[in-house]
Design a protein around this ligand. Structure first.
Ligand SMILES: *[C@@H]1O[C@H](CO)[C@@H](O)[C@H](O)[C@H]1NC(C)=O
Length: 308
């Protein structure tokens, strides 16, 4: 190694957060703090409802309660640290902390992909095989699908993480222009061959998201073709009403994911990337319980029973 070629090892990163708008930080803290509280309480309320109310002990709601648990964990990988950083001058995260955050964020994101696919399969059975639904989607299968989603999410993420860490090297620049340790901003800091890193990251993300996305699309394709063949208008509405809230959640999740990871420009411009990331780390997790409880008669009834 020549004298000008010594690499400085990076041991910690500086999180730039939302930039130089220091005066805005207290306001951002209040807004995001309120959203975080609303997300946690909304999702936990939904979980409590499903666990305590007999009418909600069906596969659809058991999946939904798991999704709510997942959302609580998911936003908690990012929000508490982000809120703390809004109040601090010096925002650093150690290399290990960064890797841990990236891992849990990825693992929970993967699990969400799988869980959403499982939920759309459940809706597919309910709409397209209504007579066989209770025997097809029994308790044991439901449990297996849930456990399978969590396990595969965490193992897939571990595998991608290993591949990523082995392909990323950092040598000097350590300012992350983002509000948490996300893949794209880290990738930009890396001084290894960008082509190789891009290839590894893109193929891993595609691998993890495409299969569940395809399953979800397929299920909805079948559901739509069945629903469109129902001749009576009320029958059609009834068949589709159980799917519509799930469809909204799926669209929100994949819509923002595709925007961030598949549209090249979004990842390159930090401000755009941050805005989209805010959507799926902060806004979507808050919306899920709202979407389900506002549109759903069973949930509303259970809430009324509790006197809320
Ligand atoms: C998640 O799914 C499992 C397996 O079906 C179930 O036993 C558990 O109660 C669910 N979690 C919640 C919070 O409802």
């Amino acid at each position: 190694m020549g004298p000008g070629n010594t690499t400085m090892m990076v041991t910690e990163f500086i999180i730039l957060g939302f930039g130089d708008l220091k005066e805005l930080n207290p306001l951002l803290f209040l807004v995001f703090g309120a959203i975080y509280l609303a997300t946690i309480s909304g999702n936990l309320l939904l979980v409590a409802l499903v666990i305590t109310q007999q009418v909600l002990q069906t596969p659809m709601y058991i999946f939904l309660a798991n999704l709510s648990c997942l959302e609580v964990c998911y936003t908690s990988t990012v929000m508490p640290k982000m809120l703390l950083d809004l109040l601090r001058e010096k925002r650093v995260i150690s290399m290990v902390g960064c890797i841990i955050q990236l891992y849990f964020f990825g693992a929970l994101g993967c699990t969400e992909c799988f869980l959403l696919a499982v939920m759309s399969y459940d809706r597919y059975l309910a709409v397209c095989r209504p007579l066989h639904y209770p025997t097809l989607m029994h308790k044991a299968l439901c449990r297996r699908l849930v456990i399978g989603s969590w396990l595969s999410g965490f193992t897939m993420a571990a595998a991608s993480q290993a591949a990523m860490i082995s392909s990323l090297t950092f040598c000097g620049d350590n300012e992350i222009d983002h509000f948490f340790c996300d893949l794209k901003p880290l990738q930009k800091l890396s001084c290894s061959d960008p082509y190789l890193v891009n290839l590894v990251c893109m193929s891993l993300t595609a691998l993890v998201t495409m299969a569940p996305f395809g399953l979800t699309l397929g299920s909805y394709w079948r559901i739509l073709s069945v629903v469109l063949h129902i001749t009576s208008k009320t029958g059609r509405q009834k068949a589709f009403s159980t799917c519509s809230s799930h469809l909204v959640v799926v669209t929100l999740f994949y819509g923002t994911l595709i925007l961030v990871y598949a549209v090249p420009l979004a990842g390159q411009v930090p401000a755009v990337n941050k805005t989209f990331s805010l959507l799926y780390t902060v806004v979507t997790p808050m919306c899920n319980p709202l979407i389900y409880s506002l549109k759903n008669r069973d949930v509303k009834e259970a809430l009324r029973k509790l006197g809320i």
